[in-house]
Design a binder for this molecule. Structure first.
Ligand SMILES: [Zn+2]
Length: 337
């Protein structure tokens, strides 16, 4: 009925706002190199429990930190030392491509014992190891027996993590932004802004930092003021329940951006370099950065068929309102008027 149209539009717009809330972009922050610096580690553990920590298995305080983080319900990763191309001091039990499959498996199993409650693993350094397909096959074979996922810290452009993980069915995520290549509060804040922008554009982002005093200070100030459309999440929550080759349903946010922008706009991931190695990380082709697939909104309210033509202005709003009206989960609410 025409007389109900303004009321319906109001409901539609309200639901649109709810819908946008539901599809908040997800930001995961992982802090590496845990287990050595008691003061900074404790400061990180005082941050929201959604901040993930990655513990070096041979560190003196690793187990103690894992116990504390577990009690907080925090995601824990094993920060597995892997051989870099550059010449620098190595952690004890660093995995190298020249090791046998048995040795790699043994070192990983030891690391799992030393870092209790870990849900996954990421690499400490590792430009040589992660660019070796045979080496990473050995890692993934071992991980596949332990039900752990692998977060690729991406310390080298031609990382073989995803290729090897696929062969053994190990779930993977990848790092998008390093937040403290330069240890200054300002730099970390600026990198966090980039991570937020990346999450808004792609639905989610994984940022990695270290327990440096400047990083701690920046996070203490930044996290309480996180934008309302950004949800801080544990890194494991970004693992997709879908098969790797299945594309997630397009969210309303993504759709509205596509409607505004021409395809192939040429934008790319901001290039990052590893803080742990001198090796320059090449920006990855955009399509390869989609390993992290944001799960579709749980309520199913924000999934729309992509229109054949680009929509603008009132046409776009009406398309959204129509979509909401045809959503089976919402119909009982809408018919009340
Ligand atoms: Zn590290």
């Amino acid at each position: 009925m025409l007389k109900y149209l303004p009321f319906r539009l109001l409901i539609g717009c309200s639901l649109l706002m709810v819908c946008l809330q539901v599809s908040a972009a997800k930001l995961a922050i992982v802090i590496d190199d845990f287990g050595y610096r008691v003061k900074e580690d404790n400061q990180i553990l005082a941050l929201p429990a959604a901040v993930t920590i990655a513990i070096l298995p041979s560190s003196p305080h690793g187990r103690e930190v894992a116990e504390k983080a577990h009690q907080q319900g925090r995601d824990i990763l094993i920060h597995m030392p892997m051989k870099p191309l550059s010449n620098q001091p190595l952690e004890k039990d660093t995995l190298s491509p020249s090791m046998s499959a048995e040795d790699i498996d043994q070192l990983i199993k030891n690391a799992i014992k030393r870092v209790p409650y870990a849900k996954g693993m990421n690499n400490h350094m590792g430009s040589e190891m992660t660019s070796s397909l045979p080496g990473m096959r050995n890692v993934m074979h071992s991980l596949s027996q332990s039900n752990l996922f692998f977060l690729d810290s991406v310390t080298i452009g031609n990382t073989q993590v995803k290729n090897a993980a696929k062969e053994y069915g190990v779930p993977t995520l990848r790092r998008h932004i390093f937040i403290d290549n330069h240890q200054s509060e300002e730099e970390t804040r600026s990198q966090l802004n980039k991570a937020v922008a990346y999450a808004r554009k792609h639905g989610s982002a994984v940022a990695i930092g270290h327990p440096h005093p400047s990083t701690v200070r920046a996070l203490q100030k930044y996290l309480p003021q996180l934008p309302a459309d950004i949800e801080l999440v544990a890194v494991s929550s970004l693992l997709s329940p879908q098969p790797a080759d299945k594309q997630p349903a397009k969210s309303l946010r993504m759709l509205s951006e596509e409607a505004k922008q021409p395809q192939n706009s040429g934008s790319s991931t901001p290039p990052s370099v590893t803080p742990e190695e001198e090796v320059q990380v090449q920006p990855e082709p955009e399509q390869e950065v989609t390993t992290v697939e944001a799960p579709p909104a749980e309520l199913g309210l924000c999934e729309f068929e992509t229109p054949k033509n680009k929509l603008q202005g009132i046409d776009f709003i009406m398309f959204v309102v129509e979509g909401i009206y045809h959503d089976k989960a919402l119909q009982p609410l809408l018919l009340k008027d």
